[in-house]
Ligand binder design. Structure first.
Ligand SMILES: Cc1cc2nc3c(=O)[nH]c(=O)nc-3n(C[C@H](O)[C@H](O)[C@H](O)COP(=O)(O)OP(=O)(O)OC[C@H]3O[C@@H](n4cnc5c(N)ncnc54)[C@H](O)[C@@H]3O)c2cc1C
Length: 321
């Protein structure tokens, strides 16, 4: 039996998330004869597999149950455990998103295997998954392997890889309807809200406000949102802010995020690490705010304000009232 690389199909408000397509494309490139299988959990009348087919996995395994419409991450992890124990995949890939970061560790613990989070590259040596990620405060890249346990599990930030559609996709769809649904009713989903902004909107936006760790306070984010509304700007973030509940890896600017080319970019509390700056090279006018006069971001800026993000925002908002 061919070994399988599984990709967890992540959806949000009924839409398959781009990271799923990015992972399918990458998995196909590195598969070396292994089967790329997408695992999709959906309600009876849903047909999201049709969207996934265009990216050409070998198989889409659809787990169908009406209770999956509002299933919690814990319930999904339990179902996926049964599925993985049945099929013994070689590896399982997740998006390093709020959802992926919640399901993957639960599954890892249940399967008693290893999980490397936030990988920036993946490859295979025979059936060993080489998982490359930054480490030691992002200062070095290290390769992590999991030689003694299976499946090998990894999560990858959105936009690390490119998604590519295929024209001649021949995709097998298999349905699984006999998994035991173990309810874990500790979480009650009241409403699903789309995330604040989406990657293609910052990549194409004419005006962007870039928030860094020096603008991560909730009050500052609220002021930045007000300024964004007034300027008709989109909000993008540095990597640390992708951990904030309002943002995700899709909002990240930089080397492993989005490259942007706005006419106006306002950086608030952004240090200016090279991994961020490579993503703003094509911005036409850059205004940066940082309390440290020596912050590297000022080298990439047309106008500099040495001071506090909050003071700048309050002052700016008063002026453009
Ligand atoms: C392989 C690799 C890929 C990476 N890819 C990316 C990427 O795509 N995008 C990305 O952003 N990062 C990326 N990083 C991480 C990057 O190296 C930096 O760690 C990150 O950009 C730092 O984010 P920051 O500027 O928000 O935070 P910090 O480095 O913590 O800087 C915060 C800044 O805010 C200032 N500040 C603090 N308080 C205030 C205040 N009240 N008012 C004004 N200023 C204030 C400080 O002086 C400081 O300069 C990557 C790293 C690696 C190793």
């Amino acid at each position: 039996m061919a070994q399988e690389i599984w990709v967890y199909a992540e959806k949000h408000v009924g839409i398959i998330q781009p990271v799923t397509y990015q992972l399918i494309t990458k998995a196909k490139k590195i598969a070396k004869g292994k089967k790329v299988v997408v695992v999709l959990f959906e309600a009876m009348n849903s047909k999201l597999e049709e969207d996934i087919k265009a990216y050409g996995p070998d198989e889409i395994m659809v787990v169908r149950d009406d209770r999956l419409k509002d299933a919690t991450d814990s319930e999904i992890a339990s179902l996926m455990t049964v599925l993985a124990e049945r099929h013994q995949p070689n590896s399982i890939l997740f998006g390093a998103t709020v959802v992926g970061r919640s399901i993957a560790p639960r599954l890892q613990a249940k399967l008693n295997t290893g999980l490397t989070s936030d990988c920036l590259d993946l490859s295979f040596e025979e059936d060993l998954l080489i998982q490359t990620k930054p480490s030691y405060g992002d200062n070095i890249m290290c390769e992590i392997i999991c030689p003694n346990h299976r499946p090998q599990m990894a999560s990858v930030r959105p936009n690390t890889f490119k998604a590519e559609k295929v024209t001649d996709a021949r995709v097998v769809v298999t349905e699984v309807t006999d998994l035991p649904f173990k309810e874990a009713p500790r979480v009650n989903i009241i409403e699903e809200t789309p995330l604040l902004s989406k990657s293609d909107s910052i990549a194409k936006a004419d005006r962007v406000i870039g928030l860094g760790r020096g603008a991560s306070d909730d009050k500052v984010i609220t002021l930045a949102e007000e300024l964004a509304r007034k300027l008709g700007a989109k909000i993008g973030v540095t990597r640390p802010l992708t951990d904030h509940a309002k943002f995700s890896g899709e909002d990240q600017i930089g080397q492993s995020g989005n490259s942007i080319a706005p006419k106006l970019l306002i950086n608030l509390g952004v240090h200016g690490a090279v991994q961020y700056s490579t993503g703003i090279e094509n911005a036409a006018m850059v205004i940066s705010v940082n309390k440290d006069a020596k912050a590297p971001i000022f080298k990439y800026s047309d106008f500099s304000y040495v001071g506090n993000s909050k003071d700048f925002l309050e002052g700016f908002l008063k002026v453009i009232q």
